[in-house]
Design a protein around this ligand. Sequence first.
Ligand SMILES: [Zn+2]
Length: 257
Amino acid sequence: MQTSHVTSAIVLRSWPFGESDKIVSFLTEGHGKLTGIAKGAKRSKKRFVNSLEPFSFVSLNFQDRSKTSLAFILSCELQKSYKNLIASLEKIAFASYYVEITEGLIGEREENRLVFDHLKRSLNRLESEGASITFLIDFELKLLSLTGYQPLLDSCRRCGMHPSLSYAPVQTHWYFSLRDGAILCAGCSKLRKELVPISGATLDLMTNLQQEPNSTFEDPKPSPTVLKQIRSATARFIQFQLNREIKSASFLNQFCS
Ligand SMILES: [Zn+2]
């Protein structure tokens, strides 16, 4: 007899399986990302009432089955539904992207409570404060750090030149290398193709946001160009790491181009 577990979880996505079942992917508080089968989910109003839709915050009761990595979902109870979020196409676009890249950057059953807290907090923020490009950048950068992909921004990956050193040429343009996950100076970036150009101001803000978890975008307020450069670097880096199409990205880009 397998032990059953109860944990808080966020539904990442679900899809039909056979005539009456569903496969559901969750980010759980205590067991990392978990994929399971909800038998009879299309029929059972009792065990799965409105609780298998994406972004639902639920109490999940599951059992591990032998010889398969798919868990058996015993029941799933809705703890919080995001009423404002699911009423807005813009917020749905943001939330869809949040859950898709989270699912892509963590492995099955890799326990990471901080990622769970981050996703939960970010969905709450969408629900109560709305969608904005600064929230999006904040989400991407923190998620990269929490999953071990934090961009390395302190010095050129190849020659070690530091952006803030006085001997760095004033007009130096910097580049973010998707392959290295790090910055390169102009001299070291020749003949490389997978680069995103970034200015000194962009580098400053990205570094601040990484070093000061509670830093904001308000003082001084960054220019739209800086925000666009950060987005370009983070979004393309995430895409590079996932190495597949991010389905929700084009939907999202309709709201933040
Ligand atoms: Zn260099």
